[in-house]
Design a protein around this ligand. Structure first.
Ligand SMILES: NC(=O)c1ccc[n+]([C@@H]2O[C@H](COP(=O)([O-])OP(=O)(O)OC[C@H]3O[C@@H](n4cnc5c(N)ncnc54)[C@H](OP(=O)(O)O)[C@@H]3O)[C@@H](O)[C@H]2O)c1
Length: 270
């Protein structure tokens, strides 16, 4: 009996988010069906896998109309299968994070999450120039150019919200990650400056600095050294994509928080 009741509640929520039920005269009735991101539009780069996908799943479950952006069509297709049962999910393959196609498709965007990113470890002495360029181009310039391309639709609603993905490595540095650290420290500077620039337009800009999170990006390291990484975390476990998604939901709804870096690492020492 329980699953059937949940399904019908979800159906009602979906229609509530879309229809005149939102203006029902009884506040209790309204609050029963109102979800945190009802009628919000979210664009999530890197939404085909890992942290970005978890954010898309949580945002869509909270009523947001999500567009996810990635490079690899099969990853996007798999993400769509996961998102399809959730209300209002939509999918887009921009081919590149700086594509203007997203802007063409959206007159108004409420939330932009810049989660697309790559890692690439190595001592600076041996770091290939091409890898250095890829890391900076994807993590830092990608974040800046997607944001720049989508600023107009973000300014439309006068309550926009940008969430960038940095890393504790961008705050503390880490051996063998100088280029990655530089890209993530750059994201922090970008976040703080843009928060000041867009505050008067009521657009909030924050970033998350995750610690070690279990995704494709960290799979190899975890296979080799899971216990070592766990020992470094005060909470005694590796972070999950859901840990980061919950933080993104907080930032998406925290109306007086801007220009902040939220560390989500279970208290980790690198
Ligand atoms: N995992 C961690 O421990 C950790 C810690 C701190 C910070 N972060 C940051 O969190 C973010 C997400 O990481 P993750 O662990 O979820 O990584 P992931 O599982 O490897 O996923 C990376 C995502 O970024 C997308 N992407 C990469 N380059 C792209 C490009 N040029 N254009 C469009 N999309 C691109 C990928 O798309 P495709 O599927 O098409 O490849 C994928 O959706 C990154 O910015 C990362 O630096 C991660």
């Amino acid at each position: 009996m329980q699953p059937r009741r949940t399904a019908s509640l979800n159906q009602l929520r979906t229609s509530f988010n879309n229809t005149a039920l939102r203006s029902h005269p009884t506040p209790t009735f309204r609050s029963l069906f109102l979800t945190a991101l009802s009628q919000k539009t979210a664009v999530i780069t890197g939404g085909s896998r890992g942290i970005g996908l978890a954010i898309a799943q949580l945002f869509a479950s909270q009523g947001a109309r999500c567009t996810i952006v990635g490079r690899n069509q099969s990853h996007l297709d798999r993400a769509l299968t996961l998102l399809a049962p959730l209300p209002l999910a939509s999918i887009e393959n921009s081919g590149s994070p700086s594509s203007t196609t997203i802007r063409k498709n959206h007159a108004k965007i409420d939330i932009l999450v810049n989660s697309a990113g790559i890692s690439g470890d190595g001592l600076l002495l041996r770091m290939p120039q091409e890898l250095t360029n890829n890391i900076i181009n994807t993590n830092l310039l990608g974040t800046i150019s997607v944001t720049q391309h989508l600023l107009k639709p973000l300014l439309q609603g006068r309550q926009g919200c940008i969430i960038n993905m940095s890393s504790i490595v961008g705050l503390e540095g880490n051996l063998g990650q100088s280029v990655y650290a530089a890209s993530k420290a750059g994201v922090i500077g970008f976040t703080k400056a843009l928060a000041k620039e867009l505050g008067s337009r009521q657009v909030r800009v924050n970033c998350i600095a995750p610690g070690f999170v279990e995704t494709d990006m960290t799979q190899d390291l975890l296979k080799r050294n899971r216990d070592l990484y766990k020992q470094r975390v005060a909470l005694g476990r590796i972070g999950t994509v859901e840990d980061i998604a919950q933080t993104a939901l907080y930032l998406a709804t925290a109306n007086y928080v801007t220009g902040q870096v939220l560390t989500v690492d279970g208290c980790t020492s690198l």
